[in-house]
Design a binder for this molecule. Structure first.
Ligand SMILES: [Zn+2]
Length: 372
């Protein structure tokens, strides 16, 4: 087996594992049959970084698990205040909030350490201030925000290059002849233009998904009758692309697919194959992002993310309450459930439940509700 970029023979010494779907966005699909170490280190690592950066807000909200490290924190806005969202949705103030009254200074900070820093800064103007006392009197609390706005930028030539690389990697991994995709390599390596990568806006959903399913999908289709050889890529359900590898395909019929559920971390198998006709390929492919359709898709995606976050929150609340109950009523001393235990458990669950979801009872959470 040879490296499909430089054609050197792949050996134990120069082999390397390449993620076909980026690990930073939750991709687990990888292969050792693609390229040598040297090529891997220079071939498109900049574009992988770009794709990972643009999709980081989604990876963050879904708390995507990576082989190494965690998704980056993202910035958001709550009313006129900047917030930082940690992976999994926990929010903290970007900076401490200070409100100076006539006699009282009100400080809100995300940690005692941060509050101490603010107090030390204020002491320069108010030397009589007692930092120890102020810290001693601090109130710890949780605030549940009804709606936080985050920004998401997507698109550009680097994104198309990264998608093209995924498609090419998948094709070669599935045993495809590297000479078929040679013409796409200059595009992936440099910024040379290429019109083989399109955004895809089909009228109907390509793969059916349950309400809480968020998938990455990659499908390779080759059909000698239509002469089409292409790869369909779908990231987080809603970022859809078609990469045409050849318009002159005359090999055997090809169908290879891979779907990965990012919520349950499981590979999903679809019985029915994807069918996209040449007419649909022409009609629904576009060189540019269609902004109104893109917005519509993001709305759908965020609604799904919200459902996932709520389910996870309910799970955490129940789990925490159970843990607290077991700590208070150890099983060796309390072998059966008592009324006292049930009451303790239900009170803990109800308390956290109301705190977490009270905003939803009064108004629709537009983006997300989280703790701060
Ligand atoms: Zn190589």
């Amino acid at each position: 087996m040879n490296c499909y970029i430089c054609d050197i023979k792949l050996t134990k010494d120069n082999e390397t594992e390449e993620h076909i779907l980026l690990n930073s966005i939750g991709g687990k699909l990888k292969s050792k049959k693609l390229m040598c170490k040297d090529c891997n280190s220079r071939f498109g690592s900049d574009i992988d970084h770009q794709l990972s950066k643009q999709l980081n807000p989604i990876a963050n909200l879904l708390d995507i698990k990576r082989d190494r490290g965690e998704p980056q924190n993202i910035k958001g806005k709550y009313r006129d205040r900047e917030v930082i969202i940690e992976p999994g949705g926990k929010i903290k103030w970007a900076r401490p909030y200070i409100e100076k009254g006539e006699k009282v200074i009100h400080i809100e900070a995300s940690s005692v350490g941060e509050a101490t820093k603010v107090l030390k800064g204020l002491q320069r103007s108010y030397p009589e201030m007692d930092i120890e006392k102020a810290l001693h009197n601090h109130k710890k609390g949780k605030k549940y925000l009804e709606s936080v706005t985050i920004g998401l930028t997507f698109g550009g030539i680097d994104i198309k290059r990264a998608i093209c690389k995924m498609a090419v990697n998948y094709f070669v991994d599935k045993g495809g002849d590297p000479s078929v995709i040679k013409h796409l390599l200059p595009f992936i390596e440099s910024k040379e233009n290429c019109d083989s990568i399109k955004y895809f806006y089909p009228r109907r959903e390509v793969f059916y998904k349950e309400a809480e399913e968020i998938l990455h999908s990659i499908v390779l289709i080759g059909n000698a009758k239509t002469k089409c050889l292409f790869v369909y890529v779908e990231l987080f359900n809603e970022f859809k692309f078609v990469v045409t590898l050849s318009n002159d395909y005359d090999g055997m019929e090809l169908y290879e697919s891979y779907h990965y559920n990012l919520v349950t971390n499981e590979v999903v198998i679809y019985d029915a194959p994807l069918t996209i006709s040449p007419r649909e390929l022409k009609q629904y492919c576009s060189d540019d992002i269609d902004e109104s359709k893109f917005r519509e898709r993001m709305k759908l995606l965020f609604q799904r993310i919200d459902k996932v976050t709520v389910s996870r929150r309910i799970h955490t609340i129940t789990q925490n309450a159970m843990d607290e109950m077991v700590a208070k009523f150890p099983p060796d001393k309390y072998p059966v459930f008592t009324t006292e235990m049930i009451s303790f458990l239900s009170q803990k669950v109800a308390q956290e439940f109301v705190l977490s979801f009270q905003n939803r009872f009064f108004k629709d959470g537009k983006d997300k509700d989280e703790e701060c």
